[in-house]
Write a protein that binds this ligand. Structure first.
Ligand SMILES: Nc1ncnc2c1ncn2[C@@H]1O[C@H](COP(=O)(O)OP(=O)(O)OP(=O)(O)O)[C@@H](O)[C@H]1O
Ligand SMILES: [Mg+2]
Length: 368
């Protein structure tokens, strides 16, 4: 019986619904043989209730593969995202949620003779939330996220690329889902390769045709870091376009609160210190800020401390920007420039106050 339970868990974790159903049925039969009638009945009734959605999910079990490499060309996930932890500017937040609303209430729009807005193009620098927003939409709508990385897909012969695109759209058409085309600009970049132009045209045309016949009951999201490379004909296919930029100062403040929620710090509720840290983090992506704070937290734990300080964070920002600390004096200057007091630097770096004061004077004399 334990074997069945383990198999059910395995099936659940790998999204193999068929395995879950088969082993749950075996489990119910075995329980019945052992006289556990009520539990067996409960399992069967749970299975029959979910049968509808299980059958449609089964259609996702045979994933498309690239005919050359035999590698799967899509990934399927069911992300669980806490919307409160995703920091979006007011306008972006509004746009994402109105896109979801327009999908959820598409029947109303169709009745009024309007098409649904179910195609979304996300663009912006790396690490600023394109994949995160696709996961958020999947999490809120409950639709499975089928991710196709186009860069992997065109690594094969160009002739197979159009075929692969077709396979991905065919696969996605089997049930309601979000088809997420990541690294979308790779199609546009093909232009620079030495491939035959006719072949490229076939790939772009295949993409356009597939987008045009994409089901209104599913969502298509494409993401790119190089929107300027996209063919205008493709660009036009997206009814919603959203740019995800690096976080502004107020977004950084929220991000710090989300990432450091429940952690002990010497700055999170001190506006002056926060102001300095926000300025120091300005220009970095959400992903960079996340990495910097997690690195700083790791160091605090490994050095057996319990409070994250502004100097811990500033040191990680300095390392992120310079990749090393060749000169300790420069780091001290960086701390000072970003609002750390002599005492904080002294405690953080175990450097005598006298030396810190000396550096401070050199800065005043403009020697540094
Ligand atoms: N808006 C956001 N709010 C909170 N965290 C974010 C946000 N955007 C990104 N992050 C953090 O940064 C990480 C990387 O973001 P994501 O993968 O969404 O970036 P991307 O734009 O898809 O980057 P790439 O162009 O490299 O694919 C996320 O796992 C998350 O931790
Ligand atoms: Mg991404």
């Amino acid at each position: 019986m334990y074997t069945e339970i383990v198999k059910i868990i395995e099936g659940g974790l790998s999204n193999d619904k068929e395995k879950v159903v088969n082993y749950a049925t075996v489990l119910a039969n075995n329980l019945e043989k052992q006289g556990e009638f009520s539990l067996a009945k409960k399992i069967r009734s749970t299975l029959s209730q979910k049968k509808g959605s299980l059958t449609s999910l089964d259609s996702l079990s045979t994933r498309p593969v690239d005919s050359e490499s035999r590698m799967e060309i899509v990934e399927i996930s069911f992300p669980q995202v806490d919307a409160n932890k995703i920091i979006l500017s007011k306008y972006t937040h509004e746009k994402v949620f109105s896109f979801i609303e327009s999908y959820n209430r598409r029947d109303l729009l169709l009745q009024s003779g309007l098409n649904t807005s179910n195609t979304l193009l996300l663009y912006g620098p790396p690490g600023c939330g394109k994949t995160t927003v696709a996961q958020l939409i999947s999490s809120i709508t409950g639709l499975p996220l089928i991710t196709a990385r186009l860069d992997g897909l065109v690594s094969s012969l160009l002739g197979s690329t159009a075929k692969n695109i077709r396979k991905i759209f065919d696969y996605a058409s089997k049930r309601e889902c979000i088809l997420f085309l990541d690294e979308f600009d790779v199609i546009a970049k093909l232009r620079d390769d030495k491939n035959e132009l006719g072949e490229l045209k076939r790939v772009v045309n295949s993409l356009i045709q597939n987008i045009d016949s994409f089901s209104e009951n599913s969502i298509l999201i494409a993401a790119t870091n190089h929107q300027e490379l996209l063919d205008p004909a493709i660009w036009r296919r997206f009814t919603s376009v959203l740019t995800l930029e690096k976080p502004q100062k107020e977004d950084i403040e929220q991000l710090l609160h989300v990432i450091l929620d429940g952690k002990s710090t010497n700055f999170l509720f001190i506006p002056k210190k926060m102001e300095h840290l926000q300025n120091a983090l300005l220009g970095l992506s959400h992903s960079d800020i996340n990495t910097i704070l997690l690195n700083a937290l790791r160091n605090v734990i490994l050095s057996n401390r319990d409070c994250l300080t502004n100097c811990d964070v500033l040191k990680e920002i300095y390392l992120h920007k310079n990749h090393s600390i060749c000169n300790e004096d420069c780091l001290i200057k960086y701390f000072m420039d970003n609002g750390a007091t002599h005492k904080e630097i002294n405690e953080s770096m175990q450097i005598p106050l006298r030396k810190i004061q000396g550096i401070s004077k050199a800065i005043d004399r403009k020697e540094m």
